[in-house]
Design a protein around this ligand. Sequence first.
Ligand SMILES: [Zn+2]
Ligand SMILES: [Zn+2]
Ligand SMILES: [Zn+2]
Ligand SMILES: [Zn+2]
Length: 317
Amino acid sequence: MSDASTSPSSSELLDSVTPMPMSRSVRKRPRSSNDFFELLNCPICFDYYTPPIINCKKGHSFCINCIERMERTSGDLRCPQCRSPIDKTSRNHLIEDQLEKITVGCIWREYGCKVRISLTERENHEKTCDKRPGGVFCYFAHEPLGNSCSWKGNPLQLPKHLEQFHDIQPIERGRIVKFLWNPPRQDQARFRHRVIKIGYPSESNKTYFILEHIYIPDCKQLLFMVRTLDSEVKIPYKISILNRSDDENKISFRGKTADFEDIGLLSQYPNIDKTKIFSVHYDTLQNYSFQNQEDGLIYFSLHVEFLSAGYREVVDD
Ligand SMILES: [Zn+2]
Ligand SMILES: [Zn+2]
Ligand SMILES: [Zn+2]
Ligand SMILES: [Zn+2]
């Protein structure tokens, strides 16, 4: 094993493997039949281990992410191979060290990425690699009020782009994000994007979502949805518009965070799946708007609540 890991040809071997053609940007790395590389594959995700790597009592190893995903879905913390208990603090440093030493080319190298990465950094890089196919356009390339931005790239890089080029700062909150917005003008289109950063799948592990909103004067509809940028992360959420003077009185929508394949841009309305987005008629919104005494302006109160498995759902309607 140590022979193979120090031999320069061990990484070249991987480079000669051609990635499979793929329609979506979710990929499975074609695996080498080489026994040594088999040792570096997790039996749950069938991909290279992503550290930290943990062991069962009998020495079977898994990515901690894979084990925690299994634990969340089945509530079980036993080895999927031998059913013995898993101690999440028992690390497999031997394999982690091997992963650190071996570098491979990025899986998107055929799309122009020249980066070489160690197997420990691989997952993070490949996920956010800007050469990864299936790129999306910036919102400001499409939207009716946009200033035709030409950016196109990895959806996971979109929050960074929105921040750097369009000055849209991420909002970092817990499970519920509360907004006070002015209603649109009846005859004036508008669109808004709010980048929301939440502690998902865990407090220390953040994920970006984008709250999208558009108002279309022709049909007098306000539309809302929460976009997921990572196609592998789809979680339920709830959007509510509340009546400030009467807590009981609210309108809510439950949906699932959706990527660009699930739901096209809101500006394509009505040519999108209307059951998957929250739509509110302009006239309805009047019942939920209120005048702020301090500035005399009209507002409505909008809450976005994430209902993922990690969060206990608050039942309030
Ligand atoms: Zn795994
Ligand atoms: Zn085991
Ligand atoms: Zn890359
Ligand atoms: Zn842009």
